[in-house]
Design a protein around this ligand. Structure first.
Ligand SMILES: [Zn+2]
Length: 299
């Protein structure tokens, strides 16, 4: 038998040339093709949709939105099961934590959800519901006509979105009140984080102390001042919250009322949670008001 020579398939390494090249920062040691690719995931990544915030993003100049956002247009991706559980967990929802987390995953262009206006957050919740569960929702409603029964009405997220009132940039300058003494108070729409805090204050009132007049008045006062503070950007040139709080505690009730009136005008924009429906019993048209509570809204 003649001996055969089988050359080695791989050349022997020499001291100068190692068999496997050393990884460099540009070339990872493990090529990307080797990483596992789960083909199941290819067809579940829904594209989501882009929506224009009702504020137009106009007031956001402290990194609330990612720098690539133009004209307040953000992309909203559908929620996953974990997001849905979070949004239905009252404690998390109540602390505002679930909104911050869900937005970070589903609306990654929102960098500081707590700093968004509460109206923009309301709007984004409608968008989230639309991209996750579709346009349609069934809401139970009882009309106020005689012998009306409770019926399920089909309403559409797109109706709420189409009825959204966008902020009028020319009106922003009018978010201010000039008091009789010449002091000028500038105001801003309330931010989500402040809104959550006020809701928490309201809920921490100890109901067993309902007969304690001093306590109840004091708590109501705290809530009122906190609400006013969260809507005030400045008084004259002062933006210091502690100074403004002290000032609010001192000024007359009449001036508080003047400020509160202007605050009302800062809320005249945002999504509408109403849909025109025809009553199944009396056949008359009515405005169905959808629940603002996200828990009800997402159930
Ligand atoms: Zn009716």
């Amino acid at each position: 038998m003649e001996p055969t020579y089988n050359p080695p398939a791989v050349p022997e390494p020499t001291p100068d040339q190692p068999a496997v090249p050393e990884p460099t920062p540009d070339q990872p040691a493990v090529p990307e093709q080797i990483q596992h690719h789960n083909v199941l995931l290819d067809r579940v990544k829904l594209p989501g949709e882009t929506f224009k915030l009702p504020s137009g993003g106009i007031f956001y100049d402290h990194g609330e939105l990612s720098s690539e956002v133009v004209d307040g247009e953000v992309h909203v991706y559908p929620m996953t099961a974990i997001d849905e559980i979070m949004i239905k967990t009252p404690d998390l929802l109540f602390s505002g934590k679930s909104i911050v987390e869900i937005f970070s995953r589903c609306i990654p262009q929102v960098l500081k959800a707590n700093e968004l206006f509460a109206k923009d957050v309301d709007f984004l919740l409608i968008c989230l519901r639309k991209v996750t569960f579709g346009d349609e929702i069934e809401l139970e409603f009882t009309h106020d006509c005689d012998h009306a029964k409770t019926h399920k009405y089909k309403v559409f997220m797109s109706t709420f979105l189409n009825r959204t009132k966008y902020i009028d940039p020319s009106k922003i300058a009018t978010y201010s009140a000039t008091l009789d003494n010449g002091q000028v108070v500038t105001l801003n729409p309330i931010r989500f984080g402040n809104f959550v805090k006020i809701m928490q204050n309201t809920s921490t009132i100890d109901k067993t102390r309902a007969d304690d007049t001093d306590y109840i008045i004091n708590q109501a006062h705290i809530i009122m001042i906190d609400s006013l503070l969260s809507a005030i950007s400045s008084v004259d040139a002062t933006t210091d919250k502690a100074d403004i709080r002290e000032w609010l505690d001192t000024i007359s009730s009449g001036w508080i009322r003047v400020i509160a009136k202007v605050i009302e005008t800062t809320t005249e924009w945002g999504p509408e949670f109403t849909s025109t429906e025809t009553c199944i019993d009396c056949k008359k048209k009515f405005e169905l008001l959808a629940p603002l509570n996200p828990i009800a809204f997402f159930t």
